[in-house]
Design a binder for this molecule. Structure first.
Ligand SMILES: [Zn+2]
Length: 323
């Protein structure tokens, strides 16, 4: 959502790239903690899926949605990789972290813990090569290449997956449903933050603690998906520096406004409560009262309230998008 001072934004970019802080729920950790983190992962993923599916009429580019959330060997700390290999065979291919209920992946019988070996007889990129790359800037695109391979296959129709489950290989037929881009990931991070990095929408665990409802979370996720849908490039360090001193700040301001409007459109399509928006902005932006610099390149609280009010009124009037 890019509502942060440049320093925080830069920290956020580091989070996105770090295998330490974006690792999925550590499956070997204490059972209760694991369950909680997995539920949190599932919560953000489910909201992304619901917005992406319901909002498909708003998206110029459609993606095959499956309800699968992956985890990759390279995302784990080096010390945790051996147990992940032993327990799940995560050195063989992308692992299934979560199967969202009521999705094509659930209908196909896929389960958390499965590992995907091949799609339509084409093997997934080697997780060992990802780990060997070491540089997080390299392994993340490699992991995504595997997910993109599945997307490409699914665009042609149902895909034949070779799956490793409990040490045995099996075949599964997986279909998909068209929707907006909807991949949302949870990062273990103490900053109340959400952003897109060009590959994923990232929500921090601190943001999850900050929101009071799924409706508020849908606003955040919808805003970030909105940047994707509208084709906004991720902000780079140089953009942030320029924007922080007011240069090109109007460009960023307009993008934020457009993403806010898209978030409300997606929420309405998915049946979330639009009345959650303004109280959220008041609470969230109220944190920045003592740090007015961010408002050089982000709409002020007053502006955001006006944008939300206008868009909600337009949606409820059944009108076309006001922008
Ligand atoms: Zn934004």
């Amino acid at each position: 959502m890019r509502l942060f001072s440049p320093a925080i934004l830069l920290a956020a970019a580091a989070v996105a790239a770090s295998p330490v802080t974006t690792q999925p729920a550590p499956l070997e950790a204490a059972a209760s903690r694991t369950t909680t983190l997995r539920q949190a992962d599932a919560r953000v993923a489910a909201i992304g899926y619901r917005l992406a599916l319901a909002g498909r009429g708003l998206c110029p580019t459609l993606y095959p949605l499956t309800g699968l959330v992956f985890h990759h060997l390279a995302e784990y700390l080096p010390a945790d990789r051996a147990p992940m290999i032993r327990r799940y065979g995560l050195d063989r291919g992308p692992g299934v972290l979560i199967v969202l209920a009521g999705t094509p992946a659930a209908q196909a019988g896929l389960r958390a813990g499965d590992v995907l070996l091949a799609v339509n007889d084409q093997a997934f990129p080697s997780p060992a090569a990802q780990v060997a790359a070491r540089d997080p800037d390299k392994w993340r695109p490699m992991a995504e290449a595997g997910e993109a391979r599945l997307d490409d296959a699914l665009r042609q129709g149902p895909a034949r997956l070779r799956v490793l489950r409990d040490g045995r290989e099996m075949e599964v037929a997986l279909g998909s449903v068209p929707g907006c881009f909807g991949r949302v990931r949870l990062a273990r991070n103490p900053k109340v933050n959400a952003f897109s990095n060009g590959h994923d929408v990232i929500v921090t665990t601190a943001m999850l603690d900050f929101v009071r409802s799924d409706d508020e979370l849908a606003l955040i996720v919808g805003h970030e998906l909105g940047h994707f849908i509208l084709g906004h490039p991720p902000m780079h360090g140089s953009d942030k520096l320029l924007a922080s001193i007011g240069i090109r700040s109007g460009v960023f301001w307009k993008r934020e406004e457009a993403a806010d409007r898209m978030a409300l459109r997606l929420m309405a399509a998915a049946g979330y409560d639009l009345d959650a928006a303004i109280p959220f902005w008041r609470r969230f932006l109220g944190q920045y009262d003592t740090d007015p610099q961010i408002f050089r390149y982000h709409p002020s609280l007053g502006a955001r309230e006006r944008i939300a009010r206008e868009e909600i009124a337009a949606i409820r009037a059944g009108g076309t998008r006001s922008r």
